[in-house]
Every structure is written in C-alpha cells, then in structure tokens.
Design a protein around this ligand. Structure first.
Ligand code: ADP
Length: 373
C-alpha cells in the first residue's frame, strides 16, 4: 500500500508536542542519496515504518542532485570498482551511452594519439597540438540524477514509505526514551515570498539517517554534537554554447569535464578546495569585468583553455552575477567518495558528494542492508 504524502501545512500530521509521531526509520533529505536509501529500505526492510522528510517542495528540488552532471564512467580507483559496477547495474535502462574521451598533453598511462580517436563532434573543441593524446572509455554514459531521485522517492512512496515535503528537520539527539528525536518545521510562503515556519511537529524514530547533502555534517554537528571530518564546496557548472548531440563524447582534461546537454555542453570544473562554513558565494572579475563565475572557477578554466579553445570564446557563458550561473553546494566526504557513517547508536550520516553519480546507489543500498538487519 502507498505511503502518505504531506506537501502542505494544512494537511494534519499525526505528531503533537505531547505525543510525537513515531517511525522505525527516518531519513532527512530526499536528494539522490536519501531517495535511493528510501527505495532500498522498502525493498530490504518492508516491515519497518519509514518517513522521508525533505525541505524542498519535491524530492531533489533543492540541493546538489538537480545540478549533478549525471555521468557514469569506469575510471574509478580499484577499491571503488565493485560499487561502481553495482551502481551501473542499478542504472540500467537510464544510461545514454556516449563514451568519455580523456585528453592529455603526453602519452603516459597508455594514452594513444588523439588522431586515432578523432570524431567530427570534437572538431573545434580540442586543440590536438596542445592535447595530442587521448584514451576512450566506451562504457561511459550520461543520465539524469534528478529524475533518478524522483523515481526512487516515488517508488519508496508506492511501496509504503511516508513522504513529507516542505519540511526542515532539526535534530534533537536522543530523548529519555532513547529514541532519535527530531523537530519537523513545516514551511510555508507568505504573500511577500518569505519562507516561514508555519507549524512544528515532533517525531521520534528508532533510527535516523541524515542524507541532507552538503548540509548533513553541519546538521549532525549542531543537533548531535557529532564532529566529522567532512567538508562542502560551492560548485558552479557554467554552460558552453558549442553544439552537441546526445551521443557526443564526454571530454575530460585536467580534472575538468565537458558534458553534452541540451544541444550544448555543461562545464563541470574540478573542486579546488572546501569552502568554509558561512562562505557566501560571489562572482568574480575577468580583466576588470564582473562575471558570475567565481575566481576559482575562472582559474580552473584558464588552466585548460589552451587545449580546449572553445572555453576562451564567447561560447562560454560567463554571466554578470552569481545568479546567471548554475551552482550548488556539494558535500565533500572525507576521502572523496560516497559513504555512510554511524554517528551514535541511533543516527547515521549518508553523504554523496561529487562522485555520487558513480557509486552513490551502491552505497545507499549497503546502508539499507545494514539498517535492515
Ligand atoms: P545528495 O546528493 O547527498 O542526495 P542533495 O544536496 O542533492 O545531496 O540532497 C540533499 C537534500 O536534503 C536536498 O534536497 C535538501 O533540500 C535536503 N535537506 C537539507 N537540509 C535539510 C533539512 N534540515 N531538512 C530536510 N531536508 C533537508
């Protein structure tokens, strides 16, 4: 039987301050990690009651999932290989095969002359004099991380999980009963477009998983006093208006990825460093002119511009201010790869981050199996 969905403040919810509602399992955040965990928990532990709580108005409406590159490839370190393969199997039917062309100035690591791998689609994008060597991963593919998260949340809901939208969770530790305690602030919008808390309900849970993306470690620290080593960064993904087709190869050079999307490319720059808590993203300047791209993003583009000359042309959307450039906060889990971590007897942290596309589903399923035991 389908679970219940609460999307509006007006829909009465079972909890009150005197008798909080109770679930066996509660997941905070319905990005791709939280939504995948919910789906797998309904498969692995259908007997346990489950609430998925999300601050946005739709699963993954807020957070990093919406702007995720949605790229799967086989170039992962050996210790991540099994998870990457499992994730690929779970992505079956969603993948759009396009291949990934990695480019280098030298032939180290078995790279071949790029002329062997040249296709008309890369004409004008790559300068073969600067990047004469390449390696092709034929299994690489793109997909939509946003629709994956939505489908997972819907599947979980159809399989009996309750889903609460427009709700900001505040962790309150473990109460006298020993259960995880959480306050759910139901959000509403005023006629002046301010987001306000319209109602707060108390919920207890046998076990609680924080899957709140980049904010997860902060939530755990504030609510539970659990200090972790994870970080976060604001990543921008500007648009490059060079024609692409859905089968144009992904291009990678020096940590920067060009991903074909909607007839052009999304530029996915490397993340240079964590941003401190409280950092407010701002645009930068290029030869004195304001841009929507922050300085670090511009610097990353300058690094690879010689080999990918289209980045030095007007085809790159620089914008005038931050709002012009798609960007979001991405979790930086310690070690760089999706993981989960037990914070205390009742609480877990689930983090995806920049490699969630590659191994996130397998990690969410591992946690579901552990919680089902
Ligand atoms: P991931 O890739 O790890 O799933 P996302 O950033 O895409 O990361 O997803 C995290 C989700 O958690 C977002 O949809 C965000 O709205 C939600 N979220 C963050 N903080 C809270 C909170 N306090 N309560 C409820 N949901 C939250």
């Amino acid at each position: 039987m389908s679970g219940q969905v609460w999307a509006h403040v007006g829909q009465p919810f079972g909890g009150s301050s005197s008798s909080p509602a109770h679930y066996d399992l509660l997941i905070v955040g319905a990005g791709r990690m939280g939504a995948a965990l919910a789906r797998f928990l309904r498969e692995e532990a259908p007997h346990l009651s489950l609430l998925l709580a999300e601050e946005g108005g739709l699963p993954n409406e807020e957070g990093a999932t919406l702007l995720a590159p949605g790229v799967w490839h086989a170039r992962v370190p050996p210790e991540q290989g099994a998870r990457a393969e499992e994730t690929r199997t779970l992505l079956e039917g969603r993948l759009n095969a396009c291949g990934l062309l990695e480019l280098r100035p030298d032939s180290a690591g078995g790279f071949r002359p790029i002329t062997d791998l040249w296709t008309p689609e890369v004409e004008g994008l790559i300068d073969p004099a600067e990047l004469p060597f390449a390696r092709l991963d034929r299994r690489a593919a793109t997909y939509s991380a946003g629709s994956l998260a939505l489908d997972c949340a819907q599947a979980a809901s159809r399989a009996g999980a309750d889903l609460m939208l427009n709700v900001r969770a505040e962790l309150c530790g473990s109460g006298e009963t020993g259960m995880a305690q959480v306050r759910l602030h139901r959000l509403s919008v005023t006629n002046l477009h301010e987001i306000v808390v319209a109602q707060t309900v108390q919920v207890t849970a046998g076990r609680l998983v924080v899957a709140a993306g980049a904010l997860g470690p902060h939530l755990a620290e504030v609510g539970l006093g659990a200090v972790t080593k994870h970080n976060m960064a604001y990543r921008q993904t500007p648009r490059l208006e060079v024609p692409s087709t859905p089968t144009s190869p992904l291009l990678q050079s020096g940590g920067l990825l060009l991903r074909p999307r909607d007839g052009g490319y999304t530029v996915v720059p490397p993340i240079p460093h964590p941003d401190p808590w409280g950092y407010v993203p701002t645009g930068g300047r290029l030869v004195g002119v304001p841009t929507g791209l922050r300085r670090e993003t511009l610097a990353a583009l300058l690094e690879v511009m010689d080999g990918l000359p289209a980045l030095a042309t007007g085809a790159l959307v620089l914008g005038r201010s931050l709002a012009d450039i798609p960007g979001c906060w991405v979790a930086l889990p310690q070690g760089g790869w999706p993981l989960y971590e037990r914070l205390d007897e009742r609480h877990w942290l689930l983090l995806g981050g920049e490699h969630a596309d590659l191994t996130g589903l397998a990690v969410a399923r591992e946690l579901a199996r552990e919680l089902a035991e």
